[in-house]
Design a protein around this ligand. Structure first.
Ligand code: EPZ
Length: 423
């Protein structure tokens, strides 16, 4: 099992190239199930989750060409025929986004058997909203043995429906958006997620011949078509990676140029960082982040679906707020257990008190390096950020979580002068 060792205290300075968005590439890969023609994706990040999705799709009958190299891979996917419609537990357990093959498989061949994902560190994360939407499109769902057995009666086509989501769900919006492209008639998704990754997916589906309007708003209209063609599509840059490295510049009081970064999708995050004392310049080559000199100002955060403050940057922001003058209140509204990083940050000397879904972070003079443990993807990277700022040495175990969502994290940070290595 590898660990990461960090000797903190350096102000980072340098350039970091930003990779393609994991949470866009994953649903984009699933679109191959919707057509017999080639889907070519560019700027795909080299991550373990992408490998998991590739393996899952291959098991279903997809051919996936292209090597996952750092700096943006090009993958060409082709699913000329579906040879299996089962997404097995051992794959789904590793990566919840596997459930995104459910809608496309039903649209393509009328049935699917997908393992229930099971919970994960940040919450029980059910898929009930995905399933009730599919039932409204004519799918009969049978849950047995930990699996979702989904079939369309009489093996007919999915039928368009007016689906109002009881709460905003990124995955449910993606699953039903893909399913609706080949359904019979019109589908209306109400209270749909507005994340940039939804817009990216819809743009790719439209280039495949899908008829979609309203993507990026809370109401998406889809008119089903008989068949979809192939497409070529470039994955958008990863806004969570951008936010993570912007906070790295802030927490170390350094200056980092994020190459290829686009600030369009990070207004809420950048307003918060600027309020804390950071300077953020948007240029045609990317973003320049200049961290505050001296102590950052305390800012209160409440996570919210897009365009609010993203839950995937809550842990990173908390690490940053441990050094403020005053106190910051951080409220997590999306997941019920996304404070796993708190006890680890406390081991480093942070002063954090949690009541239900709110954490009160009182600023301390500085964190102290310590051995800590990663629990989930974003909690892991918040410990890296804390280690970069802390006095002394921090050793982080279970860093396989990081490899799921951050391409070449150690290499990118070493490039900015960080004393960090994997052992
Ligand atoms: C996506 O997860 C992202 N993952 C998550 O990023 C992200 O945190 C999340 O959206 C919210 O933005 C990918 O895109 C692969 P949801 P998803 O459905 O789709 C509840 C990361 O670190 N819910 O929007 O699973 C759910 O439990 C990951 O990159 C139901 O109750 O999130 C949660 O409390 C972590 N029933 C809330 O809705 C359902 O059927 C939001 O979940 C579906 C969701």
């Amino acid at each position: 099992m590898e660990n990461i060792i960090i000797r903190g205290g350096e102000s980072l300075s340098g350039q970091i190239p930003i990779s393609g968005a994991k949470n866009s590439a994953l649903p984009l890969m699933a679109t191959t199930l919707l057509t017999k023609e080639n889907i070519t994706l560019r700027n795909v990040p080299a991550l373990d989750d992408i490998i998991s999705m590739r393996d899952l799709l291959k098991g279903l009958g997809s051919e996936v060409l292209g090597d996952l190299k750092k700096g943006g891979a090009e993958l060409t996917l082709n699913t000329n025929s579906i040879k299996d419609t089962e997404a097995p537990y051992e794959l789904v357990r590793k990566m919840r986004a596997s459930v995104l093959v459910l809608g496309p498989l039903l649209a393509r061949c009328g049935h699917a058997r997908v393992s229930l994902p099971g919970g994960c560190a940040i919450g029980n994360r059910p898929v009930d909203i995905h399933l009730s939407g599919l039932e409204q499109m004519g799918v009969s769902i049978d849950l047995k043995g930990g699996y979702i057995d989904a079939t369309i009666a009489g093996n007919r086509r999915l039928k368009g429906a007016r689906i109002a989501f009881p709460m905003v769900s990124v995955g449910a919006t993606e699953n039903l958006l893909m399913a609706a492209t080949l359904a019979q008639g019109e589908t209306e998704l109400i209270n749909a997620a507005r994340e940039p990754e939804i817009i990216d997916l819809a743009n790719c589906l439209i280039s495949m011949g899908a008829k979609i309007q309203g993507h990026g708003t809370d109401t998406i209209l889809i008119s089903g078509v008989e068949a979809l063609n192939g497409a070529e599509h470039r994955v958008i840059s990863d806004r969570i990676e951008i936010g993570t490295y912007a906070i790295a510049a802030c927490i170390t009081g350094g200056q980092i140029d994020l190459l290829g970064a686009d600030g369009t999708f990070l207004r809420a995050v950048f307003d918060t960082l600027r309020a804390s004392g950071a300077e953020i310049d948007e240029n045609n080559w990317g973003l320049r982040i200049i961290g505050p000199k001296g102590k950052p100002k305390a800012i209160d955060i409440m996570t919210d679906p897009y365009p609010g403050f993203p839950t995937d940057l809550q842990a990173q922001m908390m690490a940053y707020m441990t050094r403020v003058s005053g106190a910051s209140m951080i409220t997590e509204t999306i997941f019920e257990n996304r404070f796993m990083h708190v006890p680890e940050l406390r081991r480093m000397g942070a002063d954090i008190n949690v009541h239900n879904s709110t954490a009160l972070v009182r600023g301390v003079s500085n964190l102290k390096g310590a051995p800590v443990m990663a629990t989930d993807l974003r909690a892991s990277v918040s410990l890296v950020l804390a280690g970069l700022a802390a006095d002394g040495v921090t050793e982080i175990s279970r860093i396989y979580h990081l490899d799921r969502g951050y391409e070449d994290l150690v290499g990118k940070l070493v490039g900015c002068g960080a004393h960090i290595k994997r052992i």
